[in-house]
Write a protein that binds this ligand. Sequence first.
Ligand SMILES: O=C(O)CCC(=O)C(=O)O
Length: 322
Amino acid sequence: MRAEVQTGAEAAAGPAGAGSTTDEEVDVVETAHRTETEMTAAIEKAADQALGTDEARAGLRRLIQTDGVCGLPGAFPREWGQRLGEDVEAAFAEAHARPGGSVSRGRNRWYVEIHPEALRGFVDLVDHPWVRAVSEAVLGPDYAIVEVGFDIPFPGAIDQPWHRDFPSPRETREERRLTSLAFNVTTVDTEPDMGPFEIAPGTQFDDGPEFDHGMFPAKSLWGRYEELAVRKYPKLGDISARSALTIHRGTTNHSQKSRPVLVLGVDGPEADNAAHHDLAVTHGYWESLPERVRAHLHCPVVDTLVPITQKHTIEGLVMGEE
Ligand SMILES: O=C(O)CCC(=O)C(=O)O
């Protein structure tokens, strides 16, 4: 995994970022006698430095601006992904058992918003060099974490309508500037029969009156999305980032397995998606967070967490169980 973190950083940085990574490669070779922990720290520092360059940030910004989606395979060890899966499963069992704890996103498909403390890997994820680099590259240094949740398509889930997660804001429609991002993390190895996530790269700037509620392109436009569609088969430990405006859909799950995927929503300073979410942390958890994470978490700090009652959105209404 460790070599992959560095490879991922190099890939994200592109040729322009390769110079600084080469220095770090020397560092890694020279320090081969170090302990595992020291090696991990050295490699994370290398990834951090490679991704912290202006060239790397420009490359990541270009990728998201052009395709509306990009990924980092092997960002975490597989065991980290499995542990995330355990936490998501526990959170789903708790939420689905109470009224309003989960919201339908179509047949046999649910969405649940949770508090960060429900995930043992929350800090690892939001403090990952690639997550920080993509967020900064696209949204600037003052980005804010506004949503933590997950989608679970179960066996029998069907194709969703092509959609984006909310209407395009003015900055995107008029200035072609993206003001928010969604990071996705699978908790399983995605196989072709599990109803993979499908996305139409480059469609984050599509818009028009044929979009129902600004989110659902009319069926007459679906041919374009089907032509552009790319099915994604992420594995445990992989992460991806996309504009929530890039047109996408979950597809039919023909398997007997569920395909949970974590969603981390991040806003730039102009976006107001926080208003649609109920993220909170306890005082004790807040105290335990690194300053670098706190700087991007502007949610209420409370004595006791209130389990989240899911908001009924247009998306839920359109896709929800008939
Ligand atoms: O299936 C997925 O991975 C994403 C589903 C989705 O986009 C949604 O429920 O809005």
